[in-house]
Write a protein that binds this ligand. Structure first.
Ligand code: BJW
Ligand code: ZN
Length: 247
């Protein structure tokens, strides 16, 4: 599973950057966006994750996010999340960038995670941006309202919205500086996140995709490993430990 080129990159990389997508949480039981069977009550996730959908039917979108919040709270990190958390100690520098809005990387022990698409656990007012006071409460199916009267929305980035600038800047900088870039469990069709592997490759990093099926950018990567991240990442971690001499 580990090619000589990847072994070389694992043993010599000074800065490893990792981009994760929904696939990394699939083995925890969190549905991906674009998988077969990803529908919720006959709605397509891609049609619900938009400001237009929220404006048209806040109750529908809010209850979808409440359902997802319950799912995320009910599941645990899987061996892929844990392997990435442990790998951070084996590289001089590791930057973990995620498109996921769950907090499973953090719960597995990763720190400094760059959240490109926000967090499902941090809601805010859709009008005045005030933070929602009920973030820690059990998810409700009824839309919540701010003191200003605005509907509370999930603190995530929907299509057509800008990514948090500091997170995007940090991710682009890491992609441009790293010497090993792992793209894990993402279909790589959503921009600007999907630019990151290309930025890394153009800057000279060794780029590796880990996915159960080739992504839209598979042909642009130096190497693709086909398999579930919950299996592949622990193998990478074992290899890293052997190469870098840690127990
Ligand atoms: C496994 C596995 C296992 C399964 N192990 N693998 C440039 C070109 C074209 C379009 C654009 C562009 N720049 C911007 C755009 C527009 C748009 C965009 O990208 N559209 C494309 C779809 C064409 N982008 C935006 O609007 C972004 N905003 C922006 O750029 O602002 C400026 C701007 C606006 C408008 C025009 C131009 C500029 C914002 C994007 C926000 C994305 N938001 C979402 C929802 C977040 C909230 C929520 O969670 O509800 O983010 S959409 C959804 O897709 C979510 C995900 O983070 C994101 C990526 O999905 P991901 O993670 O890749 O999941 P899947 O399901 O697609 O793939 C799972 C993968 O895992 C698969 O490959 C499986 O094989 C694999 N897998 N099991 C390993 N066990
Ligand atoms: Zn408000």
């Amino acid at each position: 599973m580990i090619s000589p080129s990847l072994e070389h990159a694992l043993s010599s990389a000074r800065h490893c950057a990792v981009l994760t997508g929904a696939g990394v949480s699939a083995e925890s039981g969190v549905p991906t966006f674009r998988s077969a069977g990803g529908l919720w009550k006959n709605h397509n996730p891609q049609e619900l994750a938009t400001p237009e959908a929220f404006d048209a039917d806040p109750a529908l979108v809010w209850s979808w996010y409440s359902w997802r919040r319950r799912t995320v709270r009910d599941v645990n990190p899987n061996p892929g999340h844990y392997a990435l958390a442990e790998a951070a100690a084996l590289f001089p520098r590791l930057t973990l960038i995620t498109q996921n809005v769950d907090d499973l990387h953090q719960r597995a022990g990763s720190s400094g995670v760059i959240e490109l698409h926000g967090s499902i656990e941090r809601c805010r007012c859709s009008v005045c941006d005030a933070p929602y006071h009920g973030d820690n409460a059990p998810p409700t199916d009824d839309v919540q309202y701010c003191r200003c009267g605005g509907a509370i929305r999930p603190g995530v980035v929907w299509f057509g919205e800008s990514l948090p600038m500091a997170a995007l800047d940090a991710a682009q900088q890491a992609a441009g500086e790293c010497d090993l870039f792992l793209s894990v469990g993402t279909s790589a069709i959503v921009y600007p996140a999907a630019m990151l592997p290309m930025i890394a490759r153009q800057a000279g990093a060794y780029t590796v995709e880990i996915n159960t099926a080739p992504s839209a950018l598979a042909h642009e990567m130096d190497e693709c490993i086909t398999g579930p991240s919950g299996v592949v990442l622990p193998v990478l971690l074992e290899t890293l430990r052997r190469l870098r001499g840690s127990a």
